[in-house]
Design a protein around this ligand. Sequence first.
Ligand code: NDP
Length: 314
Amino acid sequence: MSMEAGTQMLNGLLVAEAIKQGVAARVSELGQRGVRPGLAVVLVGENPASKVYVGSKVRTCQALGLFSEKIELAAETTTEELLAVIDHLNGRDEIDGILVQLPLPPQIEARLILEAIDPAKDVDGFHAVNVGRMVRGEDSLVPCTPAGVIEMLDHYQIPLAGANAVVIGRSDIVGKPMAMLLLHRHATVTICHSRTRDLAEVSRRADIVIAAIGRTAMVNGDYIKDGAVVVDVGINKVSTADDVRRIFTDEEIPTRLEELGRRGYTLVGDVGPRSVIGRAGWFSPVPGGVGPLTIAMLMKNTLRAAEARRGRTM
Ligand code: NDP
C-alpha cells in the first residue's frame, strides 16, 4: 500500500454539486408559484480576482435558475454613492440577496457598507445582526465559506461532537465564524493566529485542523496528527518550479508543472500536500476542496433569504 492510500480526499466539487442540485430543484418549485429568488452582486473597481469571483457567482445563479444582477461601479466610487446603491437594492422586492464583493477600495468604509445591507438580504452573513444571531446559535444567514466547510465535514460524516478542532486564522470572514460553527456542533475549539506560541504543537493535538491563514503551504506534516482531518481554506499562487517540487506530491508534480508553464502559476492552499498526504486521515485539496463550496453556499443562502423574506408557504 502506498503512503497516499492512507489519506482520503474531501471532494468539495462533489459536495458543492449536490448542494447546487438541491437549490436548483427548490428554485424550480418556487418558479411554478411565480417566485424567483434574486441575487445582486456589487463590484467596485477593477480587482482581477474579484472580477473572476463575481463572474462565477453570476454564472452559477444563471445555471441554477436564480435571478441575478451584476452592478459594476467605478474604482473611485465614494462611501455615500455605494450606500445609495445598497439602499436602492434593500428596497427592491425581487432582490433577496445583496453581496458586496470584498475587498473594497480604500476610500470606502467597508464596515458602514456591510452594516447598511438589510440583514434579511445579507447572504454573506457579515452584518452584525447575523453575526450576533450566529454566535447565539439562532437561525441566521451564515458566512458561506465556513458554512460550506461544515457541509463538507457532514457529507463525509466526520464526527464533530467532542472532537478537538484547531482553527488557524481568526478573520471575521472565515476563522471566527468557523470556530463558532464548530463550537455549536460541540467540538472543543482552539483558535490560533499569528501570535500563537508553538503553533505546530497546538495543531498536532487536533483531530480536525482548519487552515485559513493565507500563507502558501505553511501547514506541513509537523502540524498534523496521524489520521487527522485537514481542511484547507487557503488560496495562494505558486509560481516557480522549485516551489512546485517542494510543495506537491510526486504524483501531482507533472500536472502542476504543466499548469505552471501554461498559466504562469498553479494554486495551492495553506497546507502543503507533500508532507500532509499520507499522514492526514482526510484532506481537502486546493483546488477542488473548499472553493466550490463557498459559491454553492451563497446560492443556498440566497434561496434561504428568499424563502424567509417571501414566506415559506408561497
Ligand atoms: P485574513 O488575512 O483576513 O486572515 C488570516 C488569519 O491568519 C489571521 O487571523 C492571521 O492572524 C492568521 N495568520 C497569518 N499568518 C499567520 C501565521 N504565520 N501563523 C498563524 N496564523 C497566521 O484571511 P482570510 O481569513 O480572509 O482568508 C484566509 C485564506 O483563505 C486566504 O488564503 C484566502 O484567500 C482564503 N479564502 C478562501 C475562500 C474560499 O472560498 N476557499 C474564501 C475566503 C478566504 P492575525 O489575526 O494574528 O493577523
